[in-house]
Design a protein around this ligand. Structure first.
Ligand SMILES: CC(C)(COP(=O)(O)OP(=O)(O)OC[C@H]1O[C@@H](n2cnc3c(N)ncnc32)[C@H](O)[C@@H]1OP(=O)(O)O)[C@@H](O)C(=O)NCCC(=O)NCCS
Length: 394
């Protein structure tokens, strides 16, 4: 029996503000599951034609699935939203692409007619659950990953510098300065307002704030201010706090449906799924993996980079972004790439960054109705890349 795939569309994407991990962070006293519940409720509130009982599964990415991110957080959060017991949920881990993989599974469910309406997202509270927290790697893990550097994401970025010496620290710093400047312009122009769902948060000192702005961006970053920063991963290295993404707390999510169901409910979709691909590489240079993932997804879609009008590339590190752009045939300052800035400025709460890229793409599709296709792509620890191509329906 041959079956047609259902068309899959995104109705809306939202996120929390991104805080800095640690006691100075705006979410030091806010739990990862509460950040996640906020987004479930917001997606329903913003789309009144959808009722919680229409949601057939909540698929949630989280890297460290212990403590507040453990116990199948995807199942817990719909109950914590007071939506009752009838909404299933699960948790996904593909490290940084946990949220994007959750979206990928939602797409597969809908395309294959297993469901019509889902919420997929991701969360990471890197303050409460730091990278590598309570992990117990197999004694042969280093060997199978190549060497110990594959465990340390900063070292994997240093490895890219070593293997591709044409990408210099100066280029990485220039990329970071440009990223901060683009983010500053976007923030001042109010581009984050529609996607960030505010939440009341208590700070470490007990004072209360409405967390509606990202904490990480550093407007005014200059080549001079970056030049003197330490290289924490390696003596005389090239990766610094200024040309890397930060350690952050945050969540992001998307409401995903079949096109038929969206039509029945009178909803206007933002974008349509075209193709997805995952690929893997040497874990010691994990940041290079968006290249094969993107080449694969383009081939699946029958498109080339020239057909893609908006590119949301997650910036774990500037050197990784520069590598990816070069090997995808793009200039470092290609205007289609991260128009509002990327993770170096906003931060990178691992599993939430994939749906964060979708929220940016949604905003950019809205203000560029002539844009046809968009790409969301990201690298993943242990050497993976995940890419999805979307069509603008606005
Ligand atoms: C690089 C890293 C170790 C830095 O951590 P950190 O030291 O806590 O970072 P901070 O934000 O406190 O910055 C360190 C210093 O650099 C300075 N700095 C950071 N960004 C800067 C910028 N854009 N301009 C000027 N100074 C900057 C800070 O002011 C700070 O100096 P201070 O202590 O004198 O204030 C951390 O962000 C990291 O590990 N990033 C990578 C995360 C990662 O691997 N994610 C997964 C990817 S796959």
């Amino acid at each position: 029996m041959t079956k047609q795939l259902n068309e899959v569309v995104v109705i809306d994407s939202v996120r929390t503000a991104f805080g800095k991990a640690g006691e100075k962070g705006i979410f030091w006293k806010t739990r990862a599951d509460d950040l996640s519940v906020l987004l479930l409720k917001a997606l329903i509130k913003r789309n009144p034609n959808i009722k919680p009982e229409f949601i057939e599964d909540v698929i949630w990415g989280a890297t460290n699935q212990i403590k507040e991110q453990g116990g199948t957080i995807g199942r817990m959060i719909s109950m914590l939203a007071n939506w009752g017991w009838e909404i299933p949920g699960c948790s996904i881990d593909r490290m940084c692409a946990g949220g994007l993989t959750a979206v990928g599974f939602a797409i597969s469910y809908i395309a294959s007619n297993m469901a019509d309406c889902l919420i997929a997202g991701g969360v990471e509270h890197m303050g409460h659950l730091p990278m590598g927290f309570m992990r117990d790697p197999h004694p042969r893990a280093e060997k199978v990953l190549g060497d110990a550097s594959a465990f340390n994401m900063g070292m994997t970025a240093e490895n890219i510098h070593d293997r591709f010496p044409e990408i210099t620290k100066k280029m990485a710093d220039e990329y970071a300065v440009e990223c901060q400047s683009k983010a500053d312009k976007a923030i001042k122009a109010g581009k984050m307002k529609d996607m960030i769902i505010p939440i009341e948060a208590e700070l470490a000192n007990g004072s209360k704030i409405t967390a509606d702005k990202d904490q990480q961006p550093r407007p005014g970053t200059s080549m001079e201010s970056l030049a003197s920063l330490k290289t924490p991963f390696k003596e005389n290295g090239r990766v610094t706090a200024g040309n890397a993404s930060g350690l952050n707390d945050g969540a992001a999510a998307a409401l995903i449906m079949s096109r038929t169901r969206a039509k029945e409910l009178g909803l206007k979709p933002v974008m349509r799924w075209i193709a997805s691909a995952v690929a893997s590489v040497d874990p010691r240079v994990m940041g290079t993996a968006p290249v094969p993932a993107t080449q694969k997804v383009l081939a699946k879609a029958g498109l080339t980079m020239d057909d893609i009008d908006i590119i949301e590339l997650n910036e774990a590190f500037a050197v990784q972004a520069l590598h990816n752009l070069k090997h995808l045939g793009l200039e470092p300052n290609d205007p289609r790439v991260n128009k509002w800035g990327g993770s170096i400025a906003y931060g990178h709460p691992l599993a939430s960054s994939g749906p964060r890229l979708m929220a940016f793409l949604q905003g950019l599709f809205k203000e560029n109705p002539d844009a046809g296709y968009g790409l969301t792509t990201m690298c993943v620890g242990r050497g993976q890349g995940y890419s999805i191509i979307w069509e603008n329906l606005l």
